[in-house]
Design a protein around this ligand. Structure first.
Ligand code: SF4
Ligand SMILES: [Zn+2]
Length: 390
């Protein structure tokens, strides 16, 4: 479809709306920060010079020096950066032939969340996840829920001072079984996540990676050693849509799913259905068939409801009918655990036994009403239920 076709169809008028003219609202209204002892610092990037890098800078782990400048090797964008330039993610800067992260230990969002909110439905149910995010993202989704932080540089957010050792201490003091790297895009604070995850493991705390999965293989494999569970957004099953809606591409995300599986990271997948963008049922069927054919039948799939936000405020909420249709397609394709998210009270929030059909975990929002999984099995018929339950 070319650009002029986009302009004349009614569907595309809705789809594209007037996002070019939307204003940004400052603040973090949907992120309820933990009050308390963690010192909060107004941020501000000092003048750029290696000996004057700010406290939250650290040499990046994945880059090379090339005749064209510094090339970042963390994500598929593979940015080339000249002296003083910052990458697309706003969190990596080239200085005197080195690449630095500028989000090491300065999260701008900190919460204690139920693990079900990630969403992870088959991993330590009812436990708490100490959740952190820094500013920045390597994608640019028109529908981003957390755009106030993801589409900002750490210069523009108000940040906490929370180095990896302190982060783990905090997680322990709030009795969290895990730390979740989440909300914005943890890939862009890779070094902070990696070092924190290592310390967390030494303290018997699990690590959760909630990401769009737009990362290169080597850093992902190295990170996987310390990651226990992941929820990866599979935003659509179309490269064109990935380019136009998200500013990325599809194949690297599919690679990420396969790599996490190979590395034995517990994996759940989220597919947000955006009306007129990602609600094509043929495409959803192709995605589900791909998941089944590639060994993801046991991997929970969460179809999530879109709410109008950021640059797509002209779109409606995803209808319950659309979500139910998608769920049926996934189940018919052979996927065993398919959920509908963001609709409280839906029966599709529950876990059903794929063998006998009994309700195994009954949920209401993020609360668990009952859990009939015993020793990783259905307590009605003995079927093994995939997940990390204890
Ligand atoms: S991580 Fe950031 S700097 Fe590195 S390639 Fe991706 S967008 Fe560019
Ligand atoms: Zn059963």
């Amino acid at each position: 479809m070319n650009k002029s076709e986009k302009k004349i169809s009614k569907r595309n008028f809705l789809k594209y709306g007037l996002y070019g003219t939307c204003g940004m609202i400052a603040g973090l209204s949907n992120l309820d920060l933990i009050a308390g002892e963690i010192s909060k610092m107004a941020s501000g990037l000092p003048s750029v010079s290696p000996d004057k890098l700010w406290k939250w800078s650290k040499e990046a782990l994945y880059y090379i020096e090339t005749p064209k400048g510094i090339k970042c090797r963390l994500c598929p964008h593979a940015c080339f950066l000249k002296e003083g330039e910052t990458g697309d993610c706003r969190t990596r800067i080239a200085l005197e032939n080195k690449l630095y992260t500028i989000v090491y230990g300065n999260p701008c969002a900190i919460h204690v969340d139920p693990i079900e909110k990630k969403p992870l439905y088959h991993f330590l149910p009812e436990s708490r996840a100490f959740s952190v995010a820094t500013a920045g993202c390597n994608l640019a989704c028109l529908n981003c829920q957390n755009w106030q932080i993801s589409q900002s540089s750490p210069k523009e957010t108000t940040n906490y001072d929370l180095m990896p050792d302190k982060l783990v201490e905090k997680a322990k003091s709030y009795k969290c079984k895990s730390i979740a790297y989440t909300y914005s895009e943890p890939i862009v604070f890779y070094e902070y996540m990696y070092d924190s995850a290592k310390i967390a493991h030494a303290n018997n705390i699990k690590n959760i990676f909630v990401s769009a999965g737009y990362i290169k293989e080597k850093p992902l494999r190295n990170l996987s050693k310390y990651i226990d569970a992941a929820n990866i957004d599979l935003k659509s099953f179309s490269n064109d849509i990935y380019e136009m809606l998200n500013g990325g591409t599809l194949q690297p995300v599919l690679n990420t799913l396969k790599i996490l599986k190979e590395e034995n990271v517990w994996l759940e997948i989220t597919n947000l259905i955006v009306p007129s963008w990602t609600d094509n049922m043929d495409m959803i069927k192709k995605m589900c068939d791909w998941l089944y054919d590639n060994g993801f039948a046991d991997c929970p799939l969460h179809f999530s409801r879109f709410s109008p936000t950021y640059k797509l405020t002209q779109l409606p909420y995803t209808s319950a009918t659309t979500l139910k249709k998608a769920r049926k397609i996934a189940i018919d394709a052979g996927l065993k655990y398919v959920y509908i998210g963001n609709i409280v009270g839906s029966k599709a929030e529950n876990t059903y036994c794929p063998n006998c059909g009994e309700v195994l975990i009954e949920r209401k929002g993020f609360r668990i009403i009952k859990n009939s999984i015993k020793n990783n099995k259905c307590s009605f018929c003995g079927e093994k239920i995939a997940g990390v339950w204890e």
